[in-house]
Design a protein around this ligand. Sequence first.
Ligand code: HEM
Ligand SMILES: *[C@@H]1O[C@H](CO)[C@@H](O)[C@H](O)[C@H]1NC(C)=O
Length: 496
Amino acid sequence: MLLQLLSVLWEALSLQVVLVFLATFLLLADYKKQICPRNYPPGPTPLPFLGNILYLDFKKPQISARKLAEKYGNIFGLQTGNIRIVVVNGLHLVKEALVHQGEYFVDRPKSPVLDKVFGSLGLVFSNGLSWKHQRRFALSTLRNFGLGKRSLEERIQEESRYLKEAIEAEKGQPFDPHFQINNAVSNIICSITFGDRFDYHDSRFQKLLHLLDEALLLQGSFWTRVYDLFPSVMKHLPGPHHTLFKKWGQLKSFVKEIIEKHKKDWNPSEPRDFIDAYLSEMAKEDSASSFHEENLLHSALDLFLAGTETTSTTLRWGLLYMAIYPDIQAKVQAEIDSVIGQSRQPVMDDRDSMPYTNAVVHEIQRISNIIPLNVPRVTTKDCTLAGFHIPKDTLLLTNLTSLLFDEDEWETPNVLNPGHFLENGQFRKREAFLPFSAGKRACLGEQLARTELFIFFTALIQKFTFQAPKDVTLSREFRIGLTVSPLPYRICAFSR
Ligand code: HEM
Ligand SMILES: *[C@@H]1O[C@H](CO)[C@@H](O)[C@H](O)[C@H]1NC(C)=O
């Protein structure tokens, strides 16, 4: 509590310092840019010079925006200088933007930090033809390696054996499962992309995972946002943003080394992984011009970063919720015992005969809500949404929280309730369940993530009962980085 309070105070103080910078620079900026476009979605009146900057609470954007959503409804607009942000709430409008009018909202925004770290390369932050080609290639390659010699499912099963061993070694003592889970999850994407898994005791890889974790946490930090507003000033000031760039640099050299090694022992007739397949694509005479080494580096890095933190965070929420709701955990175990038993590994084919476990996995994803405002998009052209005019280059935030916690959709939005996904004992799909987003730019790894979540989760609950350490009350408090993740916690895993 105290720490949190201190950090809030500290941020309030530093905010004042920043506001001085801000005022100075916006004075120099073109004030006319702030004039609202006609028929722009309603929102608070921009202050002279500052626009709506005061509404952009960096730590808990969901909370500062609550009042706005209550006041202005399902679509509202903010403006700061020439930066426009439109926020969209509710299933109907979110689908309208992402799916029915998807082509207008298909791009990712650019920002000085993203430009510096990712350029316009890779999968997550690229746009246009390059994005289209990289995405199509990544999707089909993931599919191929999923069906290849060793199926994806087998890789996940093998990895869950290692994960169970590592957790068993904790002998029921309180431990933080963060890096074991991170390592297991990231090994799946590593084995697809780089051709190999890494041992949990491999100190170089542990360092890399810490790097990734720190970089993603910094990515969401206050100073990163300030850098985005004033890159030319911040460049010269000390601060955590320099650490961020350094960490990304280290992550890139790690991947670069792996690529170099692949180039040395590459055999085009036997592609081992994503990198090999990409090298073959580059060598084709008629391949699109975006297939070059820099893009290989960034696509591989993007798979690694989009595929590790998300799934690992969801699983960490899952174990935490199982310890908080022992009755639900016991019911999952009963279903596992009757359908799978103790002698074999779970497989995807079990899912259809395990409606309760399937519902729990969905419900964990719903309530964890790890990407509350989706990944931002930007309009490619002027367009109209809900009757309002949205100019080109407006940032679009689709509020996934408003779907996953909609009181009209879910009986008990704030409580873990597998009943949300059950009807007469059978699994039922829910339209408002869109944690992977929707449309042409939706999560590229959805299939993979669902397979990982089901197999890892089921394998762990089959083998262990998770409990809070003696005299400890586990909390649902979170921190915000790239995803909303549980605060570090310790838990006991008792072998069954
Ligand atoms: C629980 C796990 C996961 C969740 C909740 C999740 C969620 C998301 C969301 C919300 C987006 C933004 C989509 C949009 O803009 O509409 C996204 C994009 C993306 N995800 Fe995932 N994801 C997960 C796992 C994975 C995995 C395992 C991979 C690895 C292959 C992956 C790869 C990507 C990529 C490459 C993108 C960018 C797609 C693009 O911009 O075209 N994700 N994900
Ligand atoms: C997103 O939706 C939630 C739940 O409806 C709401 O509390 C929150 O204020 C919304 N956030 C924004 C930015 O509109």
